[in-house]
Design a protein around this ligand. Structure first.
Ligand SMILES: *Cc1c(COP(=O)(O)O)cnc(C)c1O
Length: 415
C-alpha cells in the first residue's frame, strides 16, 4: 500500500514517459529547407536522411515516409499480403504493427510472447505453422527497443518459406549480434514519431536491401505516377512521402542517436539498481546477443507481490494491500506526483477489434481464447505481462535526482 512517510512533494514540472529531446541542429535544417523554399516532399534533407539512415543501419536503401505506419503499410504491399491472407503477427505490441495487414484485407494471427525478451515466441510461431501451414508472412516487433529472438524466429520463417517484416519502430539503434535491428527482415521499418528514441515530430522509414523494392515504395508513396507528360496511373498510389521540413528535424536528430541510447540505458540501469531488493524485474533482454536501445524502461511485479487488480474493457479496480501493489496503483501514484507511466501494450488478442482473430500460444491448443486463461497460469504470456507490468518514466531529460524520487515513489507502493 502507498504511504507517504517521507512526505514526497509532487513534481513541479510534469515528468513524462518519453518526449522529444531537441539539440538545435533540427532548427538549422528546417530553416535551410525554408530558406531554399524546398517546403515539400522533395529536397536535400530527405536525400540526406535516406543516405544517413541506410548507412547507420547497414541496409542498402532507406525510404523516407510520413510515418512508421505508412512504412508498414507499404511493406505489406511489397511483401504481397493480399485479401484473406493470414499473417503471423507479434501479439504484445502497438496496434500499428499489424493494422496495415487489415488495410490490405489480410487476417492477423497473433503469436504469443516469450518471457526472455517480451517479443514473439519462436516456439509459438512454429506451432502456428503446424496449424496454418499456408501462411507466408510474419510481422515481428522489437518491444520497447529490445531485440527479439531473431535467429530462432528467422530459422522458423526460413523452414516454412515465409517473408519477415521487421517492425523496428521502437528499436532504432538496437543491435542483435552486432547488426542493427531493421536489417534482419526481408523488409524493415523504423519510426520518427515524437516519443521514439529520435524523432522528426513524425515520420518513418522503410528499409530494404532491394533497390527495386525501394523505388516501388518511393513511387507508391508519391501517388504512383508513371513517367508520362501528364498524370498517368497504372497502380494505386498513396500520399505517404516524408516532408523535407520533417526530414530536417530527423537530419538534426540523427547525430544524437547514440547519445540518446546511452542516456536511456543509464535510466534503465538506475531503475534496476533502485529496485534491486523489491519483488520486481525489469524488462528483460539477451545481454549476450543483443544491445537494446532501452527506449522505455519497464518493470514487472512478481506474482506474489501483486494485490488484486481487475481490468474491464475500459476501466480497472484494485484492492490495496499491505506489502503488495499492482500496475494500476503504481501508475495512479505516479500520476498523483505529476509523473507519467503507462501500462504495458495491451496484447492484440485481448483487443475488442481483434478478439475473434486466431491466437497461438506455445503450449495452448492454438485456438485458445483470452478468457480461457487465468493470468499467471503460464499459458498466455502476453496477458500475464500486461496484468503485472508497466512502463516507467523514461524521458532522457529526467535528472538523476528526479529519477531517484520516481524510484522512491514506486518503492513506497510496496510498503
Ligand atoms: C510507433 C510505432 C509504430 C508506428 O509508427 P508511427 O510513426 O507512429 O506511425 C509501429 N509499430 C510500433 C511497435 C511502434 O511503437
Amino acid at each position: 500500500m502507498f504511504t507517504n512517510d517521507k512526505k514526497i512533494k509532487p513534481f513541479q514540472d510534469k515528468i513524462w514517459l518519453s518526449t522529444p529531446t531537441m539539440h538545435g541542429e533540427e532548427l538549422k535544417w528546417m530553416t535551410d529547407a525554408f530558406n531554399k523554399n524546398w517546403m515539400s516532399t522533395v529536397g536535400e534533407n530527405i536525400n540526406e536522411v535516406e543516405r544517413a539512415v541506410a548507412q547507420t543501419i547497414g541496409c542498402k536503401q532507406a525510404v523516407a515516409l510520413s510515418c512508421g505506419t505508412a512504412a508498414l503499410h507499404l511493406a505489406m504491399k511489397l511483401a504481397g499480403v493480399g485479401r484473406g491472407d493470414m499473417v503471423f503477427c507479434s501479439d504484445m505490441t502497438f496496434a500499428a504493427t499489424l493494422n496495415p495487414v487489415v488495410y490490405e484485407s489480410g487476417i492477423p494471427v497473433f503469436i504469443d510472447t516469450e518471457r526472455d525478451t517480451w517479443n514473439m515466441d519462436p516456439i509459438a510461431l512454429e506451432k502456428a505453422f503446424e496449424l496454418y501451414p499456408q501462411v507466408k508472412h510474419i510481422v515481428v516487433a522489437h518491444l520497447y527497443g529490445t531485440p527479439a529472438k531473431l535467429d530462432e524466429l528467422r530459422a522458423v520463417a526460413a523452414r516454412h518459406g515465409a517473408v519477415v517484416i521487421e517492425d523496428a519502430a521502437e528499436s532504432f539503434g538496437a543491435t542483435y549480434k552486432g547488426k542493427q535491428t531493421g536489417t534482419f527482415g526481408d523488409i524493415g521499418v523504423i519510426s520518427f514519431n515524437g516519443n521514439k528514441i529520435v524523432t522528426g515530430s513524425s515520420g518513418g522509414m522503410l528499409l530494404t536491401y532491394d533497390i527495386e523494392q525501394a523505388n516501388k515504395a518511393r513511387k507508391w508513396s508519391t501517388q504512383a505516377r508513371e513517367n508520362a507528360p501528364w498524370y498517368q496511373h497504372e497502380e494505386l498510389g498513396y500520399n505517404y512521402r516524408m516532408s523535407n521540413v520533417i526530414a530536417g528535424v530527423v537530419r538534426g536528430q540523427l547525430p544524437y542517436l547514440n547519445e540518446h541510447i546511452a542516456k536511456k540505458k543509464a535510466i534503465y540501469e538506475r531503475y534496476k539498481a533502485g529496485f534491486k531488493d523489491l519483488p520486481v524485474t525489469m524488462n528483460p533482454f539477451d545481454g549476450k546477443n543483443s544491445a537494446p536501445n532501452f527506449w522505455l524502461s519497464c518493470m514487472l511485479i512478481d506474482e506474489k507481490a501483486m494485490c488484486k487488480q481487475v481490468r474491464g474493457d475500459l476501466d480497472v479496480c484494485y484492492v490495496s494491500e499491505h506489502g503488495k501493489t499492482c500496475p494500476t496503483e503504481i501508475l495512479e501514484t505516479l500520476a498523483a506526483y505529476n509523473a507519467e507511466g503507462r501500462p504495458i501494450w495491451k496484447p492484440m488478442h485481448m483487443q475488442p477489434i481483434y478478439r475473434n482473430n486466431p491466437f497461438v500460444t506455445a503450449c495452448g491448443d492454438g485456438r485458445g481464447r483470452t478468457n480461457a486463461y487465468i493470468s499467471g497460469s503460464g499459458v498466455d504470456v502476453g496477458m500475464d505481462l500486461f496484468s503485472r507490468g508497466l512502463c516507467l518514466p523514461s524521458d532522457i531529460k529526467m535528472t538523476e535526482d528526479v529519477q531517484d524520487k520516481v524510484i522512491e515513489i514506486v518503492r513506497a507502493c510496496f510498503a
